[in-house]
Ligand binder design. Structure first.
Ligand SMILES: *Cc1c(COP(=O)(O)O)cnc(C)c1O
Length: 475
């Protein structure tokens, strides 16, 4: 799960919350005859975390001795909870919430507060069995401020958000701190989440949209990639029914083997876009494969053996062909990502830079954007000769202390596990059960915290292909 430490506080009480408040008011009148609850001090929730969508059962030990209804406040939202005999807890349905994060939970009965306060953590959607991933938005905010402070003044700043949830929280923090001109996202859902969170910057989907999604793009004022004249034609047919103008970015594959048309097809595609009355050529873009610190010199010398120079020349030629045909005069030219800015390859800045990873890096472990922890579910010592994993290819020759952790989703990037400050080897990884070698941590016990890290170089670009539920802390 991912939790955000954030400033995404709710500004308005939802209609749902208001109606629940009204219900709570009725409950108070009825409940005034109920015996006053006495706090026992042992307040807890089962479970103490859940998805933003709410609707899940939360059993509350209120620490009181009432079996009458109680009003439970989750942050600003109140719910009425009846006593459940089977669990001897109050049964609440968690209210929905807009942004991930931890809220205070308090209890009232008969109109007065009872028990102690506790906390409930809202995460993005995803299985709640996976350990919480916590996002420190304070670090993202600081990175965004630093990027803006050093950013070339005549270049527009586009933020690329493709490391997944909570895309709306990231978008708000980055828009606020870096005053970005554009936010680029991989998919329409991300764009919708940004608009729903109130992001006002221009938003463009990096890849081609389904034609059936075009009315949604229009509704949410979202731009999109164009890489195919047939798509342009199909899009124009839908747009003739919606009216308005869809802004598109023409992608040129200048030698990366990914999105975009090969350079010779750029002009016909530009012509198809400009011929379509409801499409506007807002950008012409490419993406570099091999940015190095030698590139400035290589561009200076026009060394066509250099991959970046080869890509740049192909892209520039495509742009020139389009412009010479009188097309795309107002289109933004954009190509560079974090590596171009980091290496200061100024000839590749063009009109706009698309910056992704730089927003998510951190030098110091304490400032990291992502922290992910779980606990040892079991600790034991295996006897000598014991098999590890199916097939028994590598039985242990000495007794070995091991610890188990559960529900670690498989990921593109390797993970490391740290217990008691020491990184420990993985003996067996079956995803839902992992066995860690605790030989180096003799004092480790069940329940001890396990810190999970992404590999150092990939840490800032958490891949979003295996979505994790997320929550946040920080600013
Ligand atoms: C990922 C991506 C970026 C941003 O790259 P970073 O190295 O994370 O800054 C820019 N443009 C495209 C097309 C991308 O896919």
């Amino acid at each position: 799960m991912i939790v955000a430490d954030g400033r995404g506080r709710r500004l308005v009480t939802s209609v749902l919350a208001l109606s629940l408040l009204a219900l709570a008011g009725c409950g108070q009148d009825k409940g005034s005859d109920a015996p006053p609850a006495v706090a026992s001090g042992s307040v807890s929730l089962s479970p103490s975390h859940g998805g933003l969508q709410g609707g899940n059962l939360v059993l509350a030990d209120t620490g009181g001795d009432t079996d009458g209804p109680v009003t439970v406040r989750f942050g600003e939202d109140e719910v009425e909870c009846e006593f459940d005999d089977r669990s001897a807890r109050h049964a609440c349905v968690a209210p929905a919430r807009g942004t991930p994060g931890t809220v205070e939970v308090s209890f009232a009965s008969g109109g007065s507060d009872v028990g102690e306060k506790t906390a409930y953590t809202y995460t993005t959607q995803g299985t709640q069995d996976v350990p919480h991933l916590t996002v420190n938005t304070e670090t993202v905010r600081r990175n965004a401020e630093e990027i803006r402070a050093d950013f070339p003044s005549n270049v527009q700043l586009g933020a690329v958000l493709k490391n997944g949830e909570p895309v709306d929280v990231f978008g708000k923090v980055i828009e606020d701190a870096a005053k970005v001109d554009y936010i680029f996202v991989p998919k329409l859902d991300d764009a919708v989440a940004l608009r729903q969170a109130g992001v006002e910057a221009k938003i463009a989907v990096l890849y081609v949209a389904q034609v059936e999604d075009i009315p949604l793009l229009m509704h949410y004022d979202v731009e999109v990639a164009a890489t195919d004249p047939a798509w342009v034609e199909a899009a124009e047919q839908v747009l003739a029914t919606t009216g308005g103008t869809l802004k598109v970015h023409l992608w040129v594959d200048s030698g990366m083997g990914r999105e975009g048309v090969v350079p010779e097809e750029a002009l016909p595609l530009a012509r198809a876009i400009e011929d379509a009355p409801h499409l506007d050529l807002a950008g012409i873009a490419t993406h570099f494969s091999t940015i190095t610190q030698e590139d400035n010199d290589a561009i200076e010398r026009n060394d066509t053996a250099n991959t970046t120079v080869a890509q740049k020349n192909r892209f520039d030629d495509a742009v020139t062909a389009i412009r010479d045909a009188g097309l795309g005069k107002d289109a933004l030219i954009h190509a560079g990502a974090s590596d171009v800015l980091d290496q200061e390859i100024e000839p590749l800045y063009y009109d706009l830079l698309r910056i992704g990873g730089m927003f998510f890096g951190s030098a110091a472990p304490d400032d990291r954007v992502y922290s992910w922890t779980t606990e040892l579910s079991q600790v034991k010592t295996l006897p000598a000769g014991w098999c590890i994993d199916y097939g028994c290819t590598d039985p242990i020759t000495e007794p070995k202390k091991v610890g188990l952790v559960n529900h670690i989703p498989s990921r593109e990037n390797d993970l490391t596990y740290t217990v008691g400050g020491r990184q420990v080897p993985v003996l067996l990884d079956h995803g839902t059960v992992l066995t860690l070698d605790l030989s180096g941590v003799p004092e480790a016990a069940a329940g001890d915290e396990v810190v999970i890290d992404f590999s150092a170089e990939a840490f800032h670009m958490l891949d979003a292909t295996a979505p994790l539920p997320v929550t946040t802390t920080g600013g």
